[in-house]
Design a protein around this ligand. Structure first.
Ligand code: FAD
Length: 476
């Protein structure tokens, strides 16, 4: 019998429940294991930052398999075609294992897969995804889902954590089936995709993920609670891209932070673990309330009259709003495919409150760019920032981009890094450069309106407008 592991978002050997299940089954029956990756036909050849990182992670994993004496087989075409062909080429497939994912896209894909797999007399088994607690683990006493983070996280903290699924590469290799190419055309199509990727990522894949985790736990975690809100400090883990591609196991990350919590008196580990719980929380919400993928969690805000303005939208996307901290955040996103959490909150609040634009537009832009794009956390983060989600920031508390800048980037170091035209602007004006007098602008080599834009809107006015827009629908 052959036991196939279908890799989707779990490109690692460490703590990978699908691998463990497949290997156990193969060892019990004297069977074989095989790895596949399905190149989806929806892929149009258009590679955004997010895809670039993802595909290069897959490529990295494929090489990792080769180095370990195994092979990641590529299949392509519609799900039905791809799997039918696999069954035609390979007899004796018993079960196909794949880690569960919670998007509507994944649900439809898996239903289609199940149907073709069962038609061929095999089984399709979903194994735990890359979460510490899957959505059904943490529920209220009456079995209903939580809608608020704090009580959820209390329960989450106390719940016993799942153990890790470990396998050795040696065992995997000795049960590995054919390394002969099964589908030359798909392999070719895949090579083309890899060629289209043009970013140079310094860090991706399982080995780098483990290194990053180790470095973070040693150097940053002890004071994470103090450094995590300051974008110019490397004060967060930057593990999100590894978690999103499954190069790192979320349970492994928890275990590392938990053991640091036991050893260190510092507050850092505890604060960090609470962030990991947010990821599970948003995933739980996404699973229990699938409508949040496109709709506001709070029904009363589903009819907000958002503004449409292509020109303003473009300014936001390109980081030319005239508000330095917003522009720095957007330029970081455009350049490196990642943005600091504080800036995600600031830029999201700016789009939805200062510009009163639909959060879905911002969410879609982040989806294209973020190398850690996660549908549940992205939707959760956008809905939180725009005051329409679970546990949301109340709509009348509108972030002031100037005050946020002064508080979280007091020296303007982060702004200067990503908005170089403001490099010589004195700290006093760094978050309001338009307040410089003519001579000061000249001295700083930054003429407002020419080298750097005037503020695109009047924050005080827009704040009032945003509040009024919400107030109209605020029925409670
Ligand atoms: P750390 O501070 O080191 O946190 C460790 C891990 O905890 C993160 O890697 C992440 O997995 C999890 N985490 C931390 N904060 C949150 C949070 N608020 N919500 C959910 N999980 C969290 N995160 C994504 O992974 N993908 C997204 O697409 C995404 N979109 C976002 C959009 C908006 C508008 C906002 C406000 C937040 C979004 N986040 C998203 C959450 C958060 O900004 C990132 O997880 C975090 O910045 C990643 O950096 P890090 O790994 O250094 O985080």
């Amino acid at each position: 019998d052959t036991y196939v592991v279908w890799f989707r978002n779990d490109f690692r050997f460490d703590d990978n429940p699908a691998l463990k299940k497949a290997l156990d089954a193969a060892e019990q029956t004297n069977g074989e294991i095989l790895f596949v990756f399905h190149l989806h036909p929806d892929f149009t050849g258009q590679i955004d930052l997010s895809n670039d990182y993802f595909f290069q992670t897959v490529d990295n994993f494929s090489r990792q398999c080769e180095e370990a004496g195994m092979k990641l087989h590529i299949i392509s075409g519609s799900v039905t075609e791809a799997f039918q062909q696999l069954f035609d080429q390979l007899s004796g497939i018993h079960t196909i294992f794949g880690a569960v994912e919670y998007t509507s896209f994944a649900a439809a894909r898996d239903e289609e897969a199940r149907s073709v797999i069962e038609k061929n007399g095999a089984y399709f088994e979903q194994t735990p995804g890359n979460y510490i607690h899957p959505p059904e683990d943490i529920l209220k006493e009456d079995g209903s889902p939580y809608k608020v983070y704090t009580p959820y996280s209390r329960n989450w903290m106390q719940a016993e954590k799942p153990s890790l699924s470990s396998v050795t590469q040696k065992d995997l290799k000795s049960s590995y089936g054919t390394k002969e190419t099964l589908d030359a055309e798909s392999e070719k199509a895949w090579e083309k995709v890899v060629e289209l990727c043009e970013c140079t990522w310094q860090r991706l894949g399982e080995k780098e993920g483990r290194k990053r985790l180790e470095h973070f736990c040693k150097k940053v975690l002890p004071h994470y609670d103090e450094s995590r809100d300051l974008p110019e400090k490397a004060g967060t883990s930057r593990l999100s891209p590894y978690l999103r591609t499954g190069s790192l196991s979320a349970r492994r990350v928890f275990q590392a932070a938990d053991s640091a919590r036991e050893k260190q008196a510092a507050k850092g580990p505890e604060t960090f673990i609470k962030e990991l719980a947010w990821r599970d929380f948003y995933n739980m919400i996404f699973h229990q309330f699938p409508e949040v993928e496109t709709k506001e969690f709070q029904e009363k805000y589903r009819e907000l009259s958002w503004r449409e303005d292509e020109d303003l939208l473009q300014k936001w996307k390109e980081g030319r709003t005239g508000f330095p901290i917003v522009d720095a955040g957007m330029r970081q996103l455009n350049k490196v495919g990642w943005m600091h959490n504080r800036l995600r909150m600031i830029t999201a609040s700016f789009l939805t409150k200062d510009y009163q634009m639909d959060w879905r537009i911002g969410e879609a832009y982040f989806r294209e760019k973020l190398i850690d794009h996660d549908p549940a956390s992205n939707s959760g983060g956008w809905q939180w920032s725009s005051s329409v989600g679970t546990d949301a920031a109340p709509y009348f508390r509108v972030f002031s981009p100037v005050r946020q800048g002064a508080r979280f980037d007091p020296e303007g170091a982060f702004v200067k890094k990503y908005v170089p035209e403001l490099k010589e602007v004195p700290v006093k004006f760094i978050h309001e450069p338009h307040k410089m007098k003519k001579e000061e602008q000249e001295r700083a080599g930054c003429i407002i309106g020419k080298d750097y834009p005037e503020p695109s809107v009047d924050h005080k006015e827009e704040r009032k407008r945003a509040i009024a827009m919400f107030k109209d629908l605020d029925t409670e």
